[in-house]
Design a protein around this ligand. Sequence first.
Ligand SMILES: Nc1nc2c(ncn2[C@@H]2O[C@H](COP(=O)(O)OP(=O)(O)OP(=O)(O)O)[C@@H](O)[C@H]2O)c(=O)[nH]1
Ligand SMILES: [Mg+2]
Length: 225
Amino acid sequence: MLPVVSIVGRPNVGKSTIFNRLIGERKAIVHDEYGVTRDRHYGESYWNGRDFTVIDTGGYLPDDMDVMVVGIREQVHIALEESDVILFVVDSDTGLNTLDKSVSNLLRQQDKPVLIVSNKADNDERRFNSSEFYELGFEEVFPISAISGSGTGELLDRVVELLPESAPEPEDSAPKLAFVGRPNVGKSSLVIWSIQLVLGSVLKLKKTLSSIVLLELNGQFGNVM
Ligand SMILES: Nc1nc2c(ncn2[C@@H]2O[C@H](COP(=O)(O)OP(=O)(O)OP(=O)(O)O)[C@@H](O)[C@H]2O)c(=O)[nH]1
Ligand SMILES: [Mg+2]
């Protein structure tokens, strides 16, 4: 499984614009979910030799403050559960906001690395003003402009430094054999018979053996048959 980077923040700070920039031309997978967090977008990104999954969260009802606050909380919980690194997006144009403080309070209650992304820093003044976000209590603030792309390189350099090593993919070259059919037609007996047959002629049927033993080791008989 690829490491995961989540994008959180109050509405309209540019989360989706950042997401689109990170995944480039790659396709986003959209999950429509019942509840306040109405949609999540998953995409894949690549930087400095590392592949990772990016999650864009959002989809609130900006007119309803209560729903929005609940939505943000839900989104942050999702991010905390699923992510290795969290991008906490704020808006350098409008400056620090009460909702930013609520998000930061939630994020401070956990140990995952959080980078503050001060978006819309399209000019020097906004880049300079981004230092006000240190007040939120996180160590690193990255002024970027998702629209022009400025600052995104430095941000991504840091993101990939924080990613955990990906677990190596298990080698999976053995052929696979599935026994399917309606209940009670003898699938289990057939598998047991096959294993006995293979175990009786290990050298001749080595590949088949490895396939069947793999099923057995994974305890998958119940599911596969
Ligand atoms: N000037 C400027 N505008 C930006 C930048 N990034 C995003 N925007 C604008 O900000 C607005 C909101 O962008 P979105 O990416 O939809 O924001 P969001 O955080 O995903 O919003 P929600 O999904 O509603 O929570 C859009 O009009 C964007 O064009 C930027 O770097 N500079
Ligand atoms: Mg969005």
